[in-house]
Design a protein around this ligand. Structure first.
Ligand SMILES: [Zn+2]
Ligand SMILES: [Zn+2]
Length: 400
């Protein structure tokens, strides 16, 4: 990658990027409560000359930074929430710091050369289950954005990995309390209903489509052993290769809950806990450009597999609204599981920081290309308008 201006701008900011990444990593904050991480990122943007609006879309920890004027408007997304109990096991410290590093480098180059356009940095809280990006999309935060980008850390480098659509919801059962020894016949057990629900979902699993996932935890298992449980609850996720399929599968899971309630004389209640996450529609035009930049920086990538294990992201919803690229960057040995304690540790290493800087450089390269090459932006937009890529068709092609 030639781009001496971009590379110099990245080098000038590398120390701050590493320190911001380390600070966020050392102070993990949960979804929609990322106050210190959000403030740290906003401070950096202000120091870079961005105008920052905090608390956008009614979310305290969301923000938008802007620099420049007019079109194109190219957005860099930053995530900064951690996972309960295991900290930055998704490496969002690297996403946040790498995203700002890329945006700041592009801003510096726009200023140096006088090229036109607006660099937008969107602080997107609560990716781990709260759907911050979906709330921001609905509030119009992404309006007028011509293209958006971000990356996730991973155990391998892939430009267009599929991501599953998913629905997050709580399942409640309401029973009747009674003395568990003296008056059991007067009680109706919400715990019995919950156990049947989990077993029913396991029975459904064999008959759900390839690539689907259904998993949950019990968050309230009853009140005391000598009381027939009056209330139980679980928090649950249903995923599938497309949003349409995930919604259809969730309906079958709700029916299992209703069946469990019928069997036990209890009542069930399903409460969505976030907006639905869509599958990711990666923009291949932009992804190819990221791959070229990464290659010149000495980072090869591998071909995606439609059967590779994967998660979900609210960047999926963004990808259905604007041309979006979301590559994965290797920061740890192959086989290191995501959302694990090992991955949390890996996200704070020098190896991860090195990878973050390389990916930020490649994304800055793509950003610069989008600002200065109307042809590239037109091609990316054309691909997006044509409907992009259907993950269900890709999976069926492999399984057949
Ligand atoms: Zn993540
Ligand atoms: Zn995650």
């Amino acid at each position: 990658m030639a781009y001496p201006g971009i590379r110099a701008a990245v080098a000038d900011r590398r120390a701050r990027a590493v320190s911001v990444s380390r600070a966020i990593h050392a102070d993990p904050e949960l979804a929609l409560r990322e106050h210190r991480s959000s403030a740290l990122l906003q401070d950096w943007l202000r120091d870079e000359g961005f105008t920052v609006a905090a608390g956008v879309a009614g979310l305290d920890t969301a923000f938008v930074g802007e620099w420049g004027t007019g079109r194109p408007r190219i957005a860099f997304m930053a995530e900064y929430d951690a996972l309960p109990g295991i900290g930055h096991a998704c490496g969002h410290n690297l996403i946040a710091s790498g995203g700002l590093l890329a945006a700041a480098a592009v801003r510096a180059e726009l200023e140096r050369t006088g090229a036109a356009g607006t660099v937008v940095v969107i602080g997107t809280p609560g990716e781990e289950g709260a759907g911050g990006k979906v709330i921001e999309l609905d509030a119009g935060v992404f309006d007028g954005v011509d293209a958006a980008m971000m990356f996730h850390p991973a155990d391998r480098t892939i430009l267009t990995r599929r991501m599953l659509a998913c629905l997050h919801f709580d399942v409640h059962f309401h029973g009747v309390a009674a003395h568990a020894a003296k008056n059991p016949a007067d009680g109706r057990s919400a715990l019995a209903a919950m156990l049947l629900f989990f077993n029913g979902v396991d029975a459904l699993r064999q008959h759900a489509g390839d690539g689907s996932r259904m998993h949950g935890i019990i968050t309230d298992g009853g009140q005391a052993p000598n009381i027939v449980p009056e209330h139980t609850s679980a928090t649950f996720i249903v995923r599938d290769v497309t949003l349409e399929r995930a919604q259809a599968l969730a309906e079958r899971v709700y029916e299992v809950a209703r069946g469990a309630a019928a069997m036990t004389g209890t009542r069930t209640e399903i409460v969505p806990t976030s907006p639905p996450y869509a599958h990711l529609n990666s923009n291949h035009t932009m992804a190819a450009r990221v791959g070229e930049h990464l290659a010149t920086l000495g980072h090869p990538h591998e071909a995606p597999s439609p059967t590779d294990g994967t998660g979900s992201t609210d960047a999926g919803n963004v990808s259905l609204a604007v041309p979006t690229v979301h590559p994965f960057m290797q920061i740890a040995d192959r086989g290191t599981p995501g959302h694990s304690r090992v991955f949390a540790q890996a996200s704070g290493t020098e190896r991860a920081e090195e990878a973050m800087v390389a990916m930020a450089t490649a994304l800055a390269g793509l950003g610069w290309d989008l600002f200065t090459s109307p042809t590239l932006l037109a091609e990316a937009t054309e691909e997006f308008r044509a409907g992009g890529h259907d993950p269900a068709a890709a999976l069926e092609a492999v399984i057949a």
